[in-house]
Design a protein around this ligand. Structure first.
Ligand code: GLC
Length: 365
């Protein structure tokens, strides 16, 4: 974490692979800094993250802190033109629980972030849409295979991902609102919107925000499919790849009010034939044809997802799951040398090594 600290006060995910500031990464870094007894750094992390917020509340997913090398791609000078899960809600709540005084300005900017997502962003059947798969943080997930006609390859996906950026529809103020070529409201993303909104609403005692978040929770629970064994994405992929059993699609465990769905998700996370693994959980259910434990977003273990599911288990009093996620994450971080993600069965480091968000394991105690 010290080595990844930028002179402007934020932490880069990786000095070589990801040398800028990313939205959900930064919120996870804030949680890690706080666990490392540096709440001052946690606050600067969140302050710099929300420092690039637009007037309508939109928070870009990358802040370049200087001229962007991708300005032509995004058509913006110093940020990206899409967002990512609003993890700042939970980060603020974790700091608050630890007794850290949160500046009012930060709370207000976080609230505006939810205003954008809940009031301006297009909905699909009542759920919040994403305008691009990158907005979920789960870049190459099999949940997006609908957009490559079920035939995923890195080359093909690279082209399609680029094309999908070009069809994003901005508001008059320039914020991304919808994408007719990607009509999708993913279960995992909506779970994170609702969870983070509830966390912030709890800190600020905001009944309106709480009510809006609970509406999403209830709508999300309608999309639980007992047959598929997962929460299903709403939109174009709903009858196809939006039903693949990915780990991020179990994130509604953070907020769900549907006991059968909660029980099934917990059982799958504990089952070694489903998601459970020594360094796991796996990013995709083992029985899925597309499961590839060593491939980016197609089956490997991700520390930030494990952290979130650990938080859900802890809050639901599911001690066995809590312990299994905590120990497997710690083993994985150690064996992979704090990698971006790793092989769930042997701990081999994948992607960037080291990557800052693996420090989340210090916040799982
Ligand atoms: C990759 C991940 C994304 C993350 C970024 C920076 O693009 O898929 O979730 O935010 O790297 O770590």
């Amino acid at each position: 974490m010290e080595r990844h600290l930028h002179r402007d006060g934020y932490t880069v995910p990786s000095a070589l692979v990801y040398p800028w500031q990313w939205l959900w990464d930064s919120a996870f870094h804030a949680i890690a800094w706080n666990a490392l007894d540096r709440p001052d750094r946690a606050l600067v992390e969140l302050d710099t993250l929300l420092g690039c917020q637009r007037r309508d509340g939109f928070v870009p997913h990358i802040r370049y802190h200087g001229p962007s090398p991708h300005a032509d791609f995004w058509k913006l000078p110093d940020t990206s033109a899409i967002t990512q899960p609003p993890m700042y809600g939970h980060a603020i709540a974790r700091l608050h629980r630890a007794g850290v005084d949160i500046p009012t300005g930060l709370l207000e900017r976080a609230r505006q972030g939810f205003d954008f997502l809940l009031r301006h962003r297009a909905r699909v059947d009542g759920l919040v849409s994403v305008v691009h798969p990158w907005e979920t943080g789960a870049d190459n997930s099999p949940r997006w295979d609908h957009w490559v006609d079920g035939h995923f390859s890195l080359d093909r996906w690279w082209v399609v991902k680029g094309e999908l950026v070009r069809s994003i529809m901005p508001s008059d103020a320039g914020a991304p609102i919808s994408n007719s070529a990607f009509a999708c409201a993913p279960a995992g993303f909506n779970a994170l919107v609702a969870f983070n909104a509830l966390e912030l609403a709890w800190v600020t005692d905001d009944e309106h925000l709480q009510r809006d978040a609970l509406e999403i929770v209830d709508r999300l629970d309608v999309s639980w499919s007992a047959e598929a064994g997962t929460w299903v994405d709403v939109g174009d992929s709903g009858h196809g790849s939006g039903r693949v059993r990915t780990l991020d699609a179990l994130l509604p465990l953070l907020v769900s009010r549907r006991p059968v769905a909660v029980r099934s998700a917990i059982d799958q996370l504990l089952d070694p034939c489903a998601f459970a693994a020594t360094y796991g959980p796996t990013g995709v259910h083992r029985a899925e044809e597309v499961f590839r434990p060593d491939q980016y977003w197609r089956g490997s273990a991700w520390p930030q997802l494990t952290y979130l599911l650990w938080w859900a288990a802890r809050n639901r009093g599911e001690a066995r799951l809590e312990e299994s996620l905590r120990t497997s994450a710690r083993r994985g971080a150690a064996r992979s040398r704090m990698a971006e993600h790793w092989h769930p069965d042997d701990g081999t480091g994948l992607g960037a090594v080291p990557q800052s968000w693996s420090a989340l394991v210090v916040a799982m105690a």
